[in-house]
Design a protein around this ligand. Structure first.
Ligand code: NAP
Ligand code: GLV
Length: 326
């Protein structure tokens, strides 16, 4: 029997699966746990299931001496101190794959919304009414179909974005840590170094994880390489972009616009961003559909149950630690 703490509400049937397997489960009944409450609750647990808004750093790990498994409700694991988890022999799980299509849908929604000025014009219509159809209105947008798309990070989500782009007759360029010849053949996309991708793309979509190498991957210099008519879409992690530099580029006309699902200091949003008309903002909703959140919860619980049975799950983030303290 393991003691499991879940630091946010998840679907009750998933909690029941853990309990039916004989484990003792405590679930924080809200969505955003406070730091003190978290530290109090981890003191005697074996397993921690967390949303990516729960920061599992060295202090949390030191407060949980019996911790053996962390399951992150998300694919990005930058909220977890992986080095410290490794040093303590703690197995870390995430939720890869089950959310890729849903996040790719959002990337397209954001691209279309910013290029066709959907949010800006919706707001204007509500405030001022519909002034009548005109041929040369001040609100002409840009085409997404047929444009050049640059994907930064051709992993699961990046590939799902590339698949959608084919249906929009887009030319797809990508930059990634490793080249993907199979995907180049399958999706008809072309590898280019990052600078070349930034210079050539009408839309740049960020799909990389946040790591020390990708922190501020897009800064002042990179933004200056982009076309003045181009848009930046970030569905990865906020700190991949230098937000101050982005605000300057947006205000100074360095790029045409940006659509952001993630922010450098979540849940803080840079105060200038909501004031800009050429920006679309969503509150980190990439995977936020009912079905996908069910799949994520289910995958996390599958992984925890497997680990507790002594089986190695597929969604292991740190295989070098396996089997850890189990
Ligand atoms: P993935 O399959 O691991 O893909 C990430 C890709 O980025 C891989 O192709 C990887 O290259 C590449 N990459 C890693 N470091 C790089 C670097 N320094 N330079 C260039 N490319 C690099 O992950 P995924 O499932 O697609 O998820 C990607 C990220 O999206 C997550 O880590 C998370 O931060 C974010 N995300 C956001 C939302 C949201 O709600 N907005 C939802 C889900 C995920 P290799 O192939 O060589 O490893
Ligand atoms: C969401 O941001 C995730 O990493 O799953």
């Amino acid at each position: 029997m393991a003691r499991i703490f879940i630091s946010c509400r998840i679907f009750p049937e998933e909690v029941e699966r853990l309990e039916r397997a004989g484990h003792e489960v405590v679930m924080f009944p809200g969505d955003l746990i406070g730091r003190e409450e978290l530290l109090r609750n981890v003191a005697d647990v074996d397993v921690l299931i967390v949303p990516l808004s729960t920061r599992v750093d060295a202090q949390v790990l030191a407060s949980a001496p019996g911790l053996k498994v962390i399951a992150n409700l998300g694919v990005g694991v930058d909220n977890i101190d992986l080095e410290e988890a490794r040093a303590r022999g703690i197995v870390v799980l995430n939720t890869p794959g089950v959310l890729s299509e849903t996040v790719a849908d959002l990337a397209f929604a954001l691209m279309l919304a910013v290029a066709r000025r959907v949010v800006e014009l919706d707001k204007r219509l509500r405030a001022e009414g519909f002034p009548g159809w005109s041929f040369m209105p001040p609100h002409l947008g840009r085409d997404v179909w047929g444009a050049t798309l640059g994907i930064v990070g051709l992993g699961r989500i990046g590939a799902a974005v590339a698949r959608r782009a084919r249906c929009f007759s887009m030319e797809v360029l990508y930059y990634s840590r490793t080249r993907k010849p199979d995907l180049e053949d399958e999706l008809g996309c072309r590898y280019v170094p990052l600078d070349g991708l930034l210079r050539a793309s009408d839309f740049v979509v960020l799909c990389v994880p946040l790591t020390p190498e990708t922190h501020h991957l897009i800064g002042e210099r990179e933004l200056s390489l982009m076309k003045g008519t181009a848009y930046l879409v970030n569905v990865a992690r906020g700190p991949v972009v230098d937000e101050e530099a982005l605000v300057r580029a947006l205000k100074g006309g360095g790029i045409a616009g940006a659509a952001l699902d993630v922010f450098e200091r979540e849940p803080e949003v840079h105060p200038e961003l909501p004031r800009l008309a050429n920006v679309v903002l969503t509150p980190h909703i990439g995977s936020a559909t009912v079905d996908t959140r069910r799949r994520m919860a289910s995958l996390a619980v599958d992984g925890v149950l497997a680990v507790l049975r002594g089986e190695r799950p597929d969604n292991l983030v740190n295989p070098d630690v396996w089997p850890g303290k189990l």
